[in-house]
Design a protein around this ligand. Structure first.
Ligand SMILES: C[S@@+](CC[C@H](N)C(=O)[O-])C[C@H]1O[C@@H](n2cnc3c(N)ncnc32)[C@H](O)[C@@H]1O
Length: 308
């Protein structure tokens, strides 16, 4: 079940993997439910503000909640956690996302481990005491999971697992170990700015790191940049920021992840040959940045041509 699915940003991908007749979408906006029933042939449930009024006694093997807990006030955060956990089948898993404190480091988490801002909302039809913008710490989430599941559930967390959201995976009492994600990088496409590509990568596995960045054009490696000697040292090319999002805003990868372990592997490649020899519009689809881990794992990132 995709809970709080909106108009199906994820449903359209989900139904390519899972039989629509076995997929459920749930939304408080009824027209969003009807739209997805029509477009994707999935089952729909119209949700409620009060978790206890939620009209389903069905059990689900997997409940996915992308970008709802990042908008809930404290009381609802707890109530929906309890309600959704209660809808899981015996070996079911609940996957949800939050805005971690690292996305709003200016807030004071020593007094409160959750910050709810009622005035930041993109949904006008929902009351500001029901839906706003929420930032949390991991101890807060851990505590809610523990209380809402009476200590039965286990969880693991993927910092910035989806865009700027942290992903939490909650299981029943069964043991589940997190998969090794390996090489991660900016979730925004890497952007070409003033003939320069820059960004950061990180290998989440213990003892592994990104040792090389390759730039490919039409499948051919046209440039390769080796890692610096120290984690903070740029691979090449001068003043590359540790991390660059799609709008060109720089911030450290460890600040982005809110975790000192995520020391940045910043890199930068001045693409002078692109600047002089190529027509910009012709290479948008051609450029790939490939992060190569020491273990041989590679991950490809598309390049977004912007502000050239
Ligand atoms: C930020 S959107 C995320 C939509 C979708 N999950 C996605 O990632 O594209 C949050 C959604 O939660 C829905 N929502 C808010 N309160 C809800 C509730 N009590 N039950 C179900 N959906 C709710 C909103 O209508 C909105 O579509």
């Amino acid at each position: 079940m995709d809970f709080a699915s909106g108009y199906g940003r994820l449903t359209r991908l989900l139904v390519q993997e899972i039989d629509p007749s076995k997929s459920w979408v749930t939304e408080i906006q009824e027209d969003a439910v009807r739209f997805q029933e029509r477009e994707f042939s999935v089952n729909g449930i119209v949700s409620t503000t009060e978790p206890d009024d939620f009209p389903s006694s069905r059990q689900f093997d997997c409940i996915l909640v992308v970008s709802l807990f990042s908008h809930l006030p404290e009381k609802r955060f707890y109530q929906w956690m309890r309600r959704l956990y209660g809808l899981l089948s015996p070996n079911g898993i609940l996957i949800f996302t939050v805005h971690d404190r690292s996305n709003a480091p200016h807030l004071d988490y020593s007094k409160s481990r959750i910050h709810y801002n009622p005035s930041v909302s993109e949904i006008e039809t929902l009351h500001d005491q029901e839906y706003g913008s929420t930032h949390v710490t991991e101890p807060f989430v851990a505590d809610v999971i523990s209380r809402a599941t009476k200590g039965k559930a286990r969880y693991f967390r993927f910092p910035k697992g989806i865009w700027h959201h942290d992903i939490y995976v909650v299981t029943g009492s069964q043991e589940l170990s997190p998969p090794d994600i390996g090489v991660v990088g900016p979730l925004f496409p890497i952007t070409l700015h003033d003939g320069n590509l820059s960004g950061w990568f990180h290998d989440t596995r213990v003892g592994e790191k990104v040792s090389k960045v390759e730039i490919l054009r039409r499948g051919e490696v046209v440039d390769a940049i080796s890692a610096g000697r120290t984690p903070r040292e740029m691979f090449r090319g001068g003043e590359a920021p540790d991390s660059v999002d799609g709008r060109g805003v720089a911030s450290g990868a460890n600040a982005f992840y809110g975790d000192e372990r995520f020391m940045p592997n910043g890199w930068s490649a001045p693409l002078y040959f692109f600047r002089w020899n190529m027509v910009p519009s012709s290479y948008e689809d051609d450029l790939i940045v490939r992060a190569c881990g020491t273990s041989g794992m590679t991950r490809d990132f598309p390049v977004w041509i912007h502000g050239y």
